[in-house]
Design a protein around this ligand. Structure first.
Ligand code: NAP
Length: 260
């Protein structure tokens, strides 16, 4: 009797699905760099901001480089619209693995002159939007027992900054929100971390007097201002599959400004 030759079965390796990453404030600055980096790392990136034109341009750029992207024009200050967009992404793409709440604005002024409107706008866009997005994203993340949430705060939220009571309060609020999510969701495979940039050259800082940048530079250990790519690199790690043991952290990417 002869043995019947059998075709060897190739070893099966578990495949990781393409991760879907939603980035708010992706039309320019730090959010754009985060989206570019996550796309280069193989994520399907969902680009969110109010301006449709820059989002479509970035989507085309990512696709030309062989990546995948979806552009959604949403005002994150409208929490119902933001939650609906997140629900639609999870349904249409089948999952939502990574959420980066990056959209942010400043309405600076010393406390005696700060108006209710300046306060309310900054809290709505910088903090309430992140709450709404995290709440909407938690369910699909828990369902797949995988999730990476990164909230972009600021060193102003860690150490305060004169003229930014509204902004610093919103950013400090993000830290409390994030650490609570880390405690609530860690057992479900979902991590939550804060990345807190120092002074980064973008549209947000371009209007500041040059002395501000020079003063900050003097207090830093690394003698240069930050780039959006510096921040994107930290987000790329915190949202990676291998960062499953990193949660509830505030990662200050600030050239040693605060050493927080
Ligand atoms: P930026 O250049 O002014 O970009 C802000 C982004 O947020 C844009 O894409 C903008 O897009 C979006 N955005 C603003 N309001 C929005 C809204 N209501 N709905 C949807 N999207 C909105 O700012 P950046 O410097 O890149 O800052 C990004 C994040 O980093 C912010 O959270 C900021 O607080 C934080 N940060 C920045 C620095 C810095 O030095 N630059 C330092 C610390 C922290 P549209 O205008 O198209 O909506």
């Amino acid at each position: 009797m002869t043995d019947t030759p059998t075709t060897p079965t190739p070893p099966t390796t578990p495949t990781t699905p393409t991760r879907v990453a939603l980035v708010t404030g992706a039309s320019r600055g730090i959010g754009r760099a985060i989206a570019q980096r996550l796309a280069a790392d193989g994520r399907h990136v969902v680009l969110v901001a109010r301006s449709r034109g820059p989002l479509d341009e970035l989507k085309a750029e990512i696709e030309q480089s062989g990546g995948a992207a979806t552009a959604l024009a949403v005002d994150v200050g409208d929490r119902a619209a933001l939650a609906a967009a997140i629900d639609a992404v999870a349904k249409d793409l089948g999952r939502l693995d990574i959420l980066v709440n990056n959209a942010g604005i400043t309405r600076d002024g010393l406390i005696l002159r700060m108006t209710d409107q300046q306060w309310d706008e900054v809290i709505a866009v910088n903090l309430t939007s992140a709450f709404a997005a995290c709440r909407a994203a938690a369910r699909p993340m828990m369902k797949h027992r995988f999730g990476r949430i990164v909230n972009i705060a600021s060193t102003s939220g860690v150490v305060g900054n004169a003229g930014q009571a509204n902004y610093a309060a919103a950013k400090a609020g993000l830290i409390g929100l994030t650490r609570t999510l880390a405690r609530e969701l860690g057992s479900k495979g979902v991590t939550a971390n804060v990345v807190a940039p120092g002074f980064v050259e973008t549209d947000m800082t371009s209007g500041l007097p040059e002395e501000v940048g020079q003063t900050v530079l003097k207090a830093m250990s690394v003698p240069r201002l930050g780039t959006p790519q510096d921040i994107a690199a930290a987000v790329a790690y915190a949202t990676s599959d291998e960062a499953g043991f990193l949660t509830g952290q505030v990662i200050c990417v600030d050239g040693g400004l605060t050493m927080c």
